[in-house]
Design a protein around this ligand. Structure first.
Ligand SMILES: Cc1ncc(C[n+]2csc(CCOP(=O)(O)OP(=O)(O)O)c2C)c(N)n1
Ligand code: SF4
Length: 285
């Protein structure tokens, strides 16, 4: 059984700013993998580009850091090539809900069995503080000095509508709760999205730890029914005085892998490349 120490990556120094919410996400992910009993050699952590995208360097599993906004296709391909692996994708709100938004919607509806953790700090961190798709209306940033004009996207409502089968929100200020959510997401059979409220202490002076501590409340301490889509959408719309954290929506549906006959013989990477292509070639005669 893997231990927390075995998941520590000794070769890389963590370069996030002191106090960044990314630290709690990294620790929560390690705790979740240990709790779920996933060994490092059976796990791949995938990312795009951003402060959040550096996470695969800081955890001793397999890892892949790809292009900005393109982590979901990479994670989907890795899972389809070897569906025996545990795949976890991590990225920022700019990465997943901006440039990667098309992939986000289609990944939700495909229901491939992997977990997507979004470090939602409502700003572009790595590029030093521009507006992101989840920045609040009126928020003044480097790219919108007079304040954001548009309404923010609502990732939880989008995920539920698009067909994701596990939709949850965590807060990096509550590590045990976040680790438990991630463990549930990893154990869920299907696409699990966990949006994490992650203060960027350097560039977002609006959505701070104090801002969220006053607002968040746990859904598991309310009478929310996570199997009820209408109730889940109502919870997804709550974003004012109170913000729910926990599992908003969870249903069981066949995965994309279940519907792919080629995977019935086992992971593609374990299958022989020696195939009888005679029948296929005959079609071209
Ligand atoms: C195709 C492409 N466009 C733009 C960039 C520049 N870029 C790098 S990270 C980033 C946004 C980072 O913000 P976010 O995804 O929210 O992650 P964070 O740094 O906040 O964790 C941008 C625009 C890039 N690397 N590639
Ligand atoms: S810039 Fe923001 S998101 Fe990036 S490491 Fe620093 S505090 Fe974290």
């Amino acid at each position: 059984m893997v231990t927390l120490a075995e998941l520590a990556e000794p070769k890389h120094t963590v370069t996030w700013c002191p106090g960044c919410g990314d630290f709690a996400i990294l620790v929560a992910l390690k705790q979740a993998l240990v709790k779920a009993g996933r060994e490092p050699h059976q796990t791949v952590v995938v990312s795009g580009i951003g402060c959040s995208g550096k996470l695969p360097h800081f955890i001793k599993t397999y890892g892949f850091e790809g292009l900005h906004g393109r982590s979901l296709p990479a994670a989907s391909a890795i899972k389809m090539a070897n569906h025996a692996l545990t795949v976890v994708d991590v990225g920022g709100d700019g990465d997943g809900y901006g440039i990667g938004m098309g992939h986000f919607i289609h990944t939700c509806r495909r229901n491939i069995d992997f977990t997507y953790i979004v470090h939602n700090n409502q700003i572009y961190g790595l590029t030093t503080g521009q507006t992101s798709p989840t920045s609040e209306k009126g928020f003044k940033t480097k790219s919108t000095p007079e304040g954001v004009l548009e309404e923010p996207v609502n990732p939880m409502a989008l995920a539920i509508s698009a067909g994701a089968t596990f939709v949850a929100r965590g807060f990096s200020g509550n590590l045990p709760h976040l680790a438990d959510l991630m463990c549930q997401g990893i154990q869920h059979k299907g696409f699990a999205i966990i949006d994490v409220l992650q203060p960027c202490v350097t560039f977002n002076k609006l959505n701070t730890y104090e801002y969220f501590v006053k607002k968040v409340y746990k859904l598991d301490e309310s009478n929310h029914d996570a199997s009820d889509k209408t109730a889940a959408l109502a919870k997804a719309e709550e974003w004012a005085e109170k913000i729910p954290i926990g599992v908003l929506y969870k249903v069981s549906k066949p995965t994309y892998e279940d519907g792919t006959p080629q995977l019935k013989e086992g992971p593609l990477v374990k299958q022989s490349l020696k195939r009888d292509v005679g029948a296929l070639l005959a079609e071209f005669e």
